[in-house]
Design a binder for this molecule. Structure first.
Ligand code: FES
Length: 125
């Protein structure tokens, strides 16, 4: 059994989907092997804790003391994480959402929420 908290920003792996041998996080689609808890190929150093289980008389027992270490693979910072530069001229507002969303991976977009708030404030001006 693997941890329910994703390595990325703690997304709910327990609400993810099982695709082959990998659990896909519903927030940004990082993937972890269902048995080894390691990241998908190329990201094996990025592992969530794995726990030993046993089944006896129809009951599942989880050995909470058996958890393996959570490990992280250093990743390049996202291009949008660069420092912003304010150029002279009028204020420009751009909304960018990097969250992958579709009917299979529904999630509320904070970028869209921010844009809604800005548009409401703009409508009042
Ligand atoms: S929190 Fe899991 S992929 Fe982002």
């Amino acid at each position: 059994m693997i941890s329910g908290a994703c390595n990325h920003v703690g997304g709910p792996l327990g609400r993810g989907t099982l695709e082959g041998d990998y659990v896909t996080c519903p927030w940004h689609q990082w993937r972890f092997h269902r048995a080894t808890a390691k990241g998908e190929p190329g990201y094996e150093e990025d592992a969530v804790p794995a726990f030993a289980i046993k089944i006896e008389n129809g009951h599942v027992f989880i050995d909470l003391n058996s958890g393996t270490a959570r490990t992280h693979k250093k990743r390049e910072p996202h291009p949008l994480a660069r420092p912003s530069e304010r150029a002279p001229g009028p204020v420009r507002v751009v909304s960018v959402s990097t969250t992958a969303m579709d009917s299979a991976y529904p999630r509320r977009s904070t970028s869209e929420r921010l844009l809604e708030i800005r548009l409401k404030k703009r409508a009042r001006c």
